[in-house]
Design a protein around this ligand. Sequence first.
Ligand code: V47
Ligand code: SF4
Length: 404
Amino acid sequence: MTHLPDYITNDALLSTELLAIGNKVYQGDRISPAEGLALFEDAPLAFLGHLANFVREKRHGSVTYFNRNFHIEPTNVCVYDCKFCSYSQKIKKREDGWEYTADDMMDIVRSYDEKPVTEVHIVGGVLPQYDLEFYENLFSTIRTHRPELHIKALTPVEYHYVFKKAGISYEVGMQRMKDAGLASMPGGGAEIFHPEIREVICKDKCDADQWLEIHKIWHQLGMRSNATILYGHIEKYHHRVDHMERLRLLQDETGGFQTFIPLKFRNKDNQMSDLEEESSIEDLRNYAISRIYLDNFDHIKAYWPMIGRATAQLSLAFGVDDIDGTIDDTTKIYTMAGSEEQNPALTTEEMVNLIKLVGRIPVERGTLYDVIKDYSEFEFEGSNDFQGYVSLPVVEHTNGSDKS
Ligand code: V47
Ligand code: SF4
């Protein structure tokens, strides 16, 4: 049996409760919501990093995944009024925004024809002209044009809206999306599930139960999806725990989630701009607790355009094993909200270097975590004497994986 190392158990700053949680994590036992809350409230960063890195390395060793994808945002105008999102205000001045037609979107898809991307990620605002037939036609046209391109598109927010308008059930709707070529669902629209917060920040779009139900139905069709949390605004720690608990319970039932993606709230150009943003320390604590809490999720992803490259590199020691794709177009929902990266573009070589510089092994993956290329032997150009990274104590492992 693996035990916490002495330098942790002898740390006078760690309470008996925290050490008991640490031992549970070492033994592969699930922590309770109350214990999750205790981590948020009391655990020091280094302790969280140690535990999260233990879990991360037990599952994935040093492997760090990335994929080559591009984004299409059909529109930056939205009928919904999410207080944290700059798109919600554009509906009043619709002419200032963009609304792509299916042809416009196919032009974008075709512009990647010669590029070795494996995934198109489609997500944006909700508008009436984007209805059931529109998305069916779009997905099937993309699939016909480039059959091997994985279509990861839309969220329960759009699906709920579109199916309701079409008068069909979630079951029928998701089956039709699958038949048209939808291959997986990204994690957006989750925000904070708890009604105390959801009512304030995004009360008019699908609620928590509807979000979870659509993912459940999608999983029951044999398909995979992601989940997010939008943290660092008006929610309290217990709302974050509640959010993760709901996801963990559904994952116990279906096993269909691949990846959890914590999204840090950014405060530019939205109705919550008066709020201060979380510190990078809190970002790292949040990644670590996500890794520890969600024991039935394979992957924790850092969305690097949002937190910046340096924090993304650090996150790899705090439970994260995936950095989002090499994106060479602009994903405006974040640049408008004030993300770290004004032009979120990384070439594959830059992504590989970024991961290697912090001592991890870059592996290019497909959307479903099929290994496309292992870059462990890749010699990168540039600085070998990177000094900015604090490495955590190496954890000893007794077995390769505890995937459930
Ligand atoms: O649900 C909107 C977020 C999400 C802000 O599954 C904001 O691979 C921060 O879910 N500050 C959509 N976030 C994006 C998304 C996503 C991103 C990357 C990868 C994957 C994946 C999914 O964007 C929305 C919302 O939570 N968002 N406004 C803001 N001001
Ligand atoms: Fe619309 Fe999504 Fe923005 Fe809400 S978060 S306003 S649903 S684009």
